[in-house]
Design a protein around this ligand. Sequence first.
Ligand code: GMT
Length: 388
Amino acid sequence: MRIGIVCYPTYGGSGVVATELGLALAAKGHHIHFITYKRPVRLVHYQENVYFHEVNSEEYPLFEYPPYDTTLTSKLVDVIKYEKLDLLHVHYAIPHATVAYLAKQILAAEGIHIPVVTTLHGTDITLVGSDRSFAPVVSFGINQSDGVTAVSHHLQKQTCEQLKINKDIEVIYNFIDFKRFRSLDKAHFRKAIAPDGEKILVHTSNFRKVKRIDDVIQTFKIVQEKIPAKLLLVGDGPERPRLERLTRELGLYEHVRFLGKQDAIEEILAVADLFIIPSENESFGLAALEAMACEVPVISSNAGGLPEVNIHGVTGCLADIGDVEAMAKHALTILQDDSLLAEYRARAFEQAKKFDIGVILPQYEVYYEKIISKFQAECAKTLISQES
Ligand code: GMT
Protein backbone atom coordinates (compact mmCIF):
# COMPACT_ATOMS: atom_id res chain seq x y z
CA MET A 1 0.00 0.00 0.00
CA ARG A 2 1.01 3.62 -0.53
CA ILE A 3 0.12 5.39 2.70
CA GLY A 4 0.33 9.05 3.74
CA ILE A 5 0.86 9.68 7.46
CA VAL A 6 0.14 13.08 9.03
CA CYS A 7 1.25 13.67 12.61
CA TYR A 8 2.81 16.11 15.05
CA PRO A 9 6.57 15.71 14.65
CA THR A 10 7.58 16.75 18.17
CA TYR A 11 8.23 14.73 21.34
CA GLY A 12 4.89 13.31 22.38
CA GLY A 13 3.07 10.04 22.22
CA SER A 14 0.97 10.58 19.12
CA GLY A 15 3.94 11.58 16.94
CA VAL A 16 6.00 8.69 18.29
CA VAL A 17 3.24 6.16 17.58
CA ALA A 18 2.64 7.58 14.07
CA THR A 19 6.34 7.49 13.20
CA GLU A 20 7.02 4.02 14.60
CA LEU A 21 3.92 2.72 12.82
CA GLY A 22 5.09 4.20 9.51
CA LEU A 23 8.61 2.82 9.88
CA ALA A 24 7.31 -0.66 10.72
CA LEU A 25 4.92 -0.60 7.75
CA ALA A 26 7.76 0.51 5.47
CA ALA A 27 9.89 -2.39 6.72
CA LYS A 28 7.09 -4.70 5.54
CA GLY A 29 7.24 -3.17 2.05
CA HIS A 30 4.54 -0.50 2.19
CA HIS A 31 5.44 2.94 0.84
CA ILE A 32 5.11 5.51 3.62
CA HIS A 33 4.92 9.26 3.10
CA PHE A 34 5.19 11.37 6.26
CA ILE A 35 3.67 14.82 5.80
CA THR A 36 4.27 17.35 8.57
CA TYR A 37 6.01 20.65 9.37
CA LYS A 38 9.26 19.16 10.69
CA ARG A 39 11.09 15.85 10.47
CA PRO A 40 9.49 13.66 13.19
CA VAL A 41 11.88 13.08 16.12
CA ARG A 42 11.89 9.30 15.69
CA LEU A 43 12.61 9.61 11.93
CA VAL A 44 16.37 9.72 12.25
CA HIS A 45 17.90 7.30 9.75
CA TYR A 46 17.41 6.72 6.06
CA GLN A 47 15.04 3.82 5.50
CA GLU A 48 13.83 2.23 2.29
CA ASN A 49 10.21 3.01 1.34
CA VAL A 50 10.08 6.04 3.67
CA TYR A 51 9.55 9.55 2.31
CA PHE A 52 9.27 12.84 4.16
CA HIS A 53 7.37 15.86 2.80
CA GLU A 54 7.93 19.02 4.80
CA VAL A 55 5.08 21.51 5.03
CA ASN A 56 6.47 25.04 4.84
CA SER A 57 4.34 27.86 6.18
CA GLU A 58 4.61 31.14 4.33
CA GLU A 59 5.93 34.14 6.25
CA TYR A 60 3.93 37.17 5.13
CA PRO A 61 3.30 40.42 7.05
CA LEU A 62 -0.45 39.94 6.74
CA PHE A 63 -0.31 36.64 8.61
CA GLU A 64 0.06 37.07 12.31
CA TYR A 65 -0.51 33.31 12.47
CA PRO A 66 0.80 31.51 9.35
CA PRO A 67 -2.15 29.42 8.04
CA TYR A 68 -0.76 25.92 8.73
CA ASP A 69 -4.09 24.21 7.99
CA THR A 70 -4.09 25.69 4.50
CA THR A 71 -0.46 24.88 3.73
CA LEU A 72 -0.92 21.35 5.05
CA THR A 73 -4.03 20.91 2.88
CA SER A 74 -2.14 22.06 -0.21
CA LYS A 75 0.74 19.70 0.56
CA LEU A 76 -1.66 16.80 1.08
CA VAL A 77 -3.39 17.48 -2.25
CA ASP A 78 -0.01 17.49 -3.97
CA VAL A 79 1.40 14.36 -2.30
CA ILE A 80 -1.81 12.31 -2.63
CA LYS A 81 -2.08 13.21 -6.32
CA TYR A 82 1.53 12.78 -7.44
CA GLU A 83 2.54 9.90 -5.15
CA LYS A 84 -0.73 8.13 -5.98
CA LEU A 85 -1.53 7.30 -2.35
CA ASP A 86 -4.05 4.57 -1.52
CA LEU A 87 -4.89 5.84 1.95
CA LEU A 88 -4.26 8.80 4.23
CA HIS A 89 -3.80 8.10 7.94
CA VAL A 90 -3.94 11.17 10.18
CA HIS A 91 -2.90 11.05 13.83
CA TYR A 92 -4.57 13.48 16.25
CA ALA A 93 -7.93 14.94 15.23
CA ILE A 94 -7.07 18.64 15.59
CA PRO A 95 -6.58 19.92 12.92
CA HIS A 96 -5.59 16.85 10.91
CA ALA A 97 -9.02 15.24 10.49
CA THR A 98 -10.62 18.40 9.10
CA VAL A 99 -7.59 19.21 6.95
CA ALA A 100 -7.77 15.69 5.50
CA TYR A 101 -11.46 16.22 4.73
CA LEU A 102 -10.71 19.44 2.87
CA ALA A 103 -7.90 17.83 0.85
CA LYS A 104 -10.22 14.93 0.01
CA GLN A 105 -12.93 17.30 -1.26
CA ILE A 106 -10.45 19.26 -3.41
CA LEU A 107 -9.17 16.03 -4.96
CA ALA A 108 -12.68 14.63 -5.47
CA ALA A 109 -13.44 17.61 -7.70
CA GLU A 110 -10.57 16.37 -9.90
CA GLY A 111 -11.84 12.79 -9.87
CA ILE A 112 -9.23 11.54 -7.36
CA HIS A 113 -10.65 9.63 -4.41
CA ILE A 114 -8.82 8.60 -1.26
CA PRO A 115 -10.04 7.15 2.06
CA VAL A 116 -8.98 8.81 5.31
CA VAL A 117 -8.32 7.06 8.63
CA THR A 118 -8.14 9.21 11.78
CA THR A 119 -6.48 7.93 14.94
CA LEU A 120 -7.53 9.61 18.18
CA HIS A 121 -4.78 9.85 20.78
CA GLY A 122 -6.40 11.51 23.77
CA THR A 123 -5.79 15.18 24.23
CA ASP A 124 -7.43 15.79 20.84
CA ILE A 125 -10.66 14.70 22.57
CA THR A 126 -10.02 15.75 26.18
CA LEU A 127 -8.87 19.21 25.05
CA VAL A 128 -12.40 19.69 23.76
CA GLY A 129 -13.47 19.52 27.39
CA SER A 130 -11.50 22.66 28.15
CA ASP A 131 -12.58 24.49 24.99
CA ARG A 132 -16.08 23.53 23.87
CA SER A 133 -15.72 25.65 20.74
CA PHE A 134 -13.56 22.88 19.24
CA ALA A 135 -16.32 20.29 19.61
CA PRO A 136 -18.27 20.81 16.35
CA VAL A 137 -15.05 20.87 14.30
CA VAL A 138 -13.62 17.76 15.96
CA SER A 139 -16.94 15.86 15.64
CA PHE A 140 -17.18 16.85 11.99
CA GLY A 141 -13.62 15.73 11.22
CA ILE A 142 -14.20 12.39 12.92
CA ASN A 143 -17.58 11.79 11.26
CA GLN A 144 -16.18 12.60 7.82
CA SER A 145 -13.29 10.14 8.21
CA ASP A 146 -13.71 6.81 6.46
CA GLY A 147 -12.20 4.99 9.40
CA VAL A 148 -11.58 6.04 13.00
CA THR A 149 -9.41 4.32 15.58
CA ALA A 150 -8.76 5.08 19.25
CA VAL A 151 -5.78 3.94 21.29
CA SER A 152 -7.85 2.54 24.18
CA HIS A 153 -11.38 1.46 25.03
CA HIS A 154 -11.59 4.31 27.49
CA LEU A 155 -10.84 6.88 24.76
CA GLN A 156 -13.34 5.21 22.41
CA LYS A 157 -16.06 5.48 25.07
CA GLN A 158 -15.13 9.00 26.11
CA THR A 159 -15.20 10.21 22.47
CA CYS A 160 -18.71 8.80 21.93
CA GLU A 161 -19.94 10.29 25.22
CA GLN A 162 -18.38 13.71 24.73
CA LEU A 163 -19.00 14.34 21.02
CA LYS A 164 -21.78 13.71 18.52
CA ILE A 165 -20.23 10.75 16.72
CA ASN A 166 -21.99 8.67 14.07
CA LYS A 167 -19.02 6.43 13.21
CA ASP A 168 -17.81 3.14 14.63
CA ILE A 169 -14.53 3.68 16.44
CA GLU A 170 -12.17 0.72 16.33
CA VAL A 171 -9.78 0.26 19.24
CA ILE A 172 -6.21 -0.45 18.16
CA TYR A 173 -3.88 -0.23 21.13
CA ASN A 174 -0.53 1.50 21.05
CA PHE A 175 2.43 -0.80 20.61
CA ILE A 176 6.04 -1.35 21.61
CA ASP A 177 9.08 -2.46 19.68
CA PHE A 178 11.05 -4.93 21.82
CA LYS A 179 14.09 -4.54 19.58
CA ARG A 180 14.50 -1.14 21.20
CA PHE A 181 12.68 -1.34 24.54
CA ARG A 182 14.09 -4.24 26.55
CA SER A 183 16.01 -4.73 29.73
CA LEU A 184 19.62 -3.53 29.27
CA ASP A 185 22.62 -3.86 31.53
CA LYS A 186 23.63 -0.32 32.52
CA ALA A 187 25.37 -1.06 35.82
CA HIS A 188 27.81 1.86 35.41
CA PHE A 189 24.96 4.33 34.90
CA ARG A 190 23.10 2.91 37.87
CA LYS A 191 26.20 3.31 40.03
CA ALA A 192 26.55 6.94 38.94
CA ILE A 193 22.93 7.77 39.81
CA ALA A 194 22.59 5.66 42.95
CA PRO A 195 26.11 5.04 44.31
CA ASP A 196 24.86 3.59 47.60
CA GLY A 197 22.39 1.15 46.07
CA GLU A 198 19.40 3.49 46.40
CA LYS A 199 16.19 2.47 44.62
CA ILE A 200 15.53 4.48 41.44
CA LEU A 201 12.12 5.88 40.48
CA VAL A 202 11.59 7.32 36.99
CA HIS A 203 8.98 9.57 35.45
CA THR A 204 8.95 10.71 31.80
CA SER A 205 6.51 13.18 30.27
CA ASN A 206 6.05 16.50 28.53
CA PHE A 207 5.80 18.31 31.90
CA ARG A 208 2.26 19.56 31.45
CA LYS A 209 -0.29 20.05 34.25
CA VAL A 210 -2.24 16.96 33.15
CA LYS A 211 0.76 14.80 34.17
CA ARG A 212 0.51 15.89 37.87
CA ILE A 213 4.26 15.81 38.43
CA ASP A 214 3.68 17.39 41.85
CA ASP A 215 2.23 14.00 42.79
CA VAL A 216 5.37 12.28 41.52
CA ILE A 217 7.47 14.50 43.77
CA GLN A 218 5.15 14.18 46.80
CA THR A 219 5.02 10.39 46.41
CA PHE A 220 8.80 10.29 46.15
CA LYS A 221 9.09 12.43 49.29
CA ILE A 222 7.18 9.83 51.32
CA VAL A 223 9.16 6.95 49.79
CA GLN A 224 12.48 8.70 50.38
CA GLU A 225 11.65 9.24 54.04
CA LYS A 226 11.40 5.45 54.47
CA ILE A 227 14.08 4.05 52.13
CA PRO A 228 17.13 5.46 50.32
CA ALA A 229 15.88 6.45 46.87
CA LYS A 230 16.54 8.66 43.85
CA LEU A 231 14.09 10.16 41.37
CA LEU A 232 14.85 10.78 37.70
CA LEU A 233 12.53 13.21 35.92
CA VAL A 234 12.85 12.97 32.15
CA GLY A 235 11.36 15.46 29.70
CA ASP A 236 10.65 19.14 29.59
CA GLY A 237 7.70 21.48 29.39
CA PRO A 238 5.93 24.43 30.96
CA GLU A 239 5.78 22.96 34.48
CA ARG A 240 9.50 22.33 34.86
CA PRO A 241 10.67 25.62 36.51
CA ARG A 242 7.90 25.41 39.11
CA LEU A 243 8.71 21.77 39.85
CA GLU A 244 12.39 22.53 40.25
CA ARG A 245 11.42 25.15 42.84
CA LEU A 246 9.11 22.70 44.61
CA THR A 247 11.86 20.09 44.76
CA ARG A 248 14.19 22.65 46.38
CA GLU A 249 11.51 23.81 48.84
CA LEU A 250 10.89 20.21 49.92
CA GLY A 251 14.61 19.73 50.50
CA LEU A 252 14.74 16.96 47.91
CA TYR A 253 16.96 18.56 45.32
CA GLU A 254 20.01 16.31 45.90
CA HIS A 255 17.84 13.20 45.42
CA VAL A 256 16.00 14.36 42.31
CA ARG A 257 17.60 14.74 38.88
CA PHE A 258 15.90 16.70 36.07
CA LEU A 259 17.36 15.12 32.94
CA GLY A 260 15.50 17.19 30.32
CA LYS A 261 14.48 15.75 26.95
CA GLN A 262 16.21 12.47 26.17
CA ASP A 263 16.17 10.32 23.06
CA ALA A 264 17.49 7.07 24.57
CA ILE A 265 14.69 6.57 27.12
CA GLU A 266 15.43 2.84 27.17
CA GLU A 267 18.87 3.53 28.70
CA ILE A 268 17.26 5.44 31.57
CA LEU A 269 14.58 2.80 32.07
CA ALA A 270 17.40 0.25 32.27
CA VAL A 271 18.32 1.59 35.73
CA ALA A 272 14.74 2.10 36.98
CA ASP A 273 13.15 0.07 39.77
CA LEU A 274 9.77 1.74 39.45
CA PHE A 275 8.03 3.99 36.92
CA ILE A 276 5.49 6.53 38.14
CA ILE A 277 2.71 8.14 36.10
CA PRO A 278 0.00 9.77 38.25
CA SER A 279 -1.76 11.64 35.39
CA GLU A 280 -5.08 13.45 35.68
CA ASN A 281 -5.97 11.98 32.31
CA GLU A 282 -4.13 9.53 30.07
CA SER A 283 -5.81 7.91 27.10
CA PHE A 284 -3.26 5.07 27.05
CA GLY A 285 0.08 5.88 28.70
CA LEU A 286 2.71 4.89 26.15
CA ALA A 287 5.41 5.90 28.64
CA ALA A 288 4.12 3.26 31.08
CA LEU A 289 4.21 0.61 28.36
CA GLU A 290 7.80 1.54 27.47
CA ALA A 291 8.74 1.07 31.13
CA MET A 292 6.98 -2.30 31.34
CA ALA A 293 8.76 -3.54 28.21
CA CYS A 294 12.01 -2.75 30.05
CA GLU A 295 10.76 -4.84 32.99
CA VAL A 296 9.93 -1.87 35.19
CA PRO A 297 6.69 -2.05 37.26
CA VAL A 298 4.39 0.97 37.20
CA ILE A 299 2.69 3.04 39.87
CA SER A 300 -0.07 4.99 38.16
CA SER A 301 -3.33 6.78 38.70
CA ASN A 302 -6.45 4.92 37.58
CA ALA A 303 -7.26 7.66 35.03
CA GLY A 304 -8.38 7.08 31.44
CA GLY A 305 -6.89 4.08 29.68
CA LEU A 306 -4.13 3.46 32.24
CA PRO A 307 -5.96 0.47 33.82
CA GLU A 308 -5.98 -1.18 30.37
CA VAL A 309 -2.17 -1.10 30.38
CA ASN A 310 -1.14 -1.29 34.05
CA ILE A 311 -2.90 -4.04 35.98
CA HIS A 312 -3.27 -3.45 39.73
CA GLY A 313 -1.36 -5.96 41.83
CA VAL A 314 0.07 -7.61 38.72
CA THR A 315 2.25 -5.21 36.73
CA GLY A 316 2.29 -2.45 39.32
CA CYS A 317 -0.35 -0.57 41.27
CA LEU A 318 -3.14 1.89 40.61
CA ALA A 319 -4.43 4.61 42.92
CA ASP A 320 -7.04 7.36 42.70
CA ILE A 321 -5.91 10.60 41.06
CA GLY A 322 -4.02 12.68 43.64
CA ASP A 323 -3.80 9.94 46.29
CA VAL A 324 -0.06 10.26 46.89
CA GLU A 325 -0.30 8.36 50.21
CA ALA A 326 -1.63 5.29 48.40
CA MET A 327 0.92 5.60 45.59
CA ALA A 328 3.76 5.84 48.10
CA LYS A 329 2.41 2.88 50.09
CA HIS A 330 2.26 0.73 46.94
CA ALA A 331 5.71 1.88 45.87
CA LEU A 332 7.19 0.99 49.26
CA THR A 333 5.54 -2.44 49.29
CA ILE A 334 7.19 -3.27 45.98
CA LEU A 335 10.54 -1.60 46.61
CA GLN A 336 11.14 -3.00 50.10
CA ASP A 337 10.96 -6.63 49.01
CA ASP A 338 13.43 -7.62 46.29
CA SER A 339 11.73 -10.92 45.47
CA LEU A 340 8.37 -9.13 45.11
CA LEU A 341 10.03 -6.51 42.92
CA ALA A 342 11.40 -9.29 40.69
CA GLU A 343 7.90 -10.79 40.38
CA TYR A 344 6.42 -7.43 39.42
CA ARG A 345 9.21 -6.90 36.90
CA ALA A 346 8.52 -10.27 35.23
CA ARG A 347 4.75 -9.68 35.10
CA ALA A 348 5.15 -6.15 33.72
CA PHE A 349 7.23 -7.62 30.91
CA GLU A 350 4.63 -10.34 30.21
CA GLN A 351 1.85 -7.73 30.00
CA ALA A 352 3.95 -5.54 27.66
CA LYS A 353 4.21 -8.47 25.24
CA LYS A 354 0.46 -8.13 24.53
CA PHE A 355 1.30 -4.79 22.90
CA ASP A 356 4.21 -6.09 20.82
CA ILE A 357 4.40 -4.29 17.48
CA GLY A 358 4.24 -7.73 15.85
CA VAL A 359 0.76 -8.16 17.34
CA ILE A 360 -0.59 -4.65 16.71
CA LEU A 361 0.82 -3.86 13.25
CA PRO A 362 -1.26 -6.53 11.44
CA GLN A 363 -4.36 -5.03 13.09
CA TYR A 364 -3.64 -1.75 11.31
CA GLU A 365 -3.00 -3.52 7.99
CA VAL A 366 -6.28 -5.45 8.22
CA TYR A 367 -8.10 -2.26 9.17
CA TYR A 368 -6.61 -0.32 6.23
CA GLU A 369 -7.65 -3.06 3.81
CA LYS A 370 -11.17 -3.08 5.22
CA ILE A 371 -11.50 0.70 4.90
CA ILE A 372 -10.08 0.77 1.36
CA SER A 373 -12.47 -1.99 0.16
CA LYS A 374 -15.47 -0.31 1.78
CA PHE A 375 -14.48 3.05 0.30
CA GLN A 376 -13.99 1.61 -3.19
CA ALA A 377 -17.37 -0.10 -3.03
CA GLU A 378 -19.02 3.19 -1.99
CA CYS A 379 -17.26 5.08 -4.82
CA ALA A 380 -18.42 2.47 -7.34
CA LYS A 381 -22.00 2.73 -6.03
CA THR A 382 -21.96 6.55 -6.33
CA LEU A 383 -20.63 6.31 -9.90
CA ILE A 384 -23.36 3.87 -10.92
CA SER A 385 -26.10 6.03 -9.40
CA GLN A 386 -24.71 9.12 -11.18
CA GLU A 387 -24.66 7.31 -14.54
CA SER A 388 -28.20 5.94 -14.26
O1 GMT B 1 0.64 12.89 26.76
C1 GMT B 1 0.62 13.90 26.09
O2 GMT B 1 0.31 14.99 26.51
C2 GMT B 1 1.01 13.79 24.64
C3 GMT B 1 -0.08 13.14 23.86
C4 GMT B 1 0.20 13.21 22.40
O3 GMT B 1 -0.74 13.43 21.68
O4 GMT B 1 1.31 13.05 21.93
O5 GMT B 1 -0.20 11.77 24.31
C5 GMT B 1 -1.43 11.12 24.07
O6 GMT B 1 -1.18 10.14 23.07
C6 GMT B 1 -0.32 9.06 23.47
C7 GMT B 1 -0.13 8.12 22.27
O7 GMT B 1 -1.32 7.57 21.84
C8 GMT B 1 -0.92 8.33 24.68
O8 GMT B 1 -0.07 7.28 25.09
C9 GMT B 1 -1.09 9.33 25.83
O9 GMT B 1 -1.74 8.68 26.90
C10 GMT B 1 -1.94 10.51 25.37
N1 GMT B 1 -1.94 11.54 26.42
C11 GMT B 1 -3.06 11.88 27.10
O10 GMT B 1 -4.14 11.35 26.94
C12 GMT B 1 -2.88 12.95 28.12
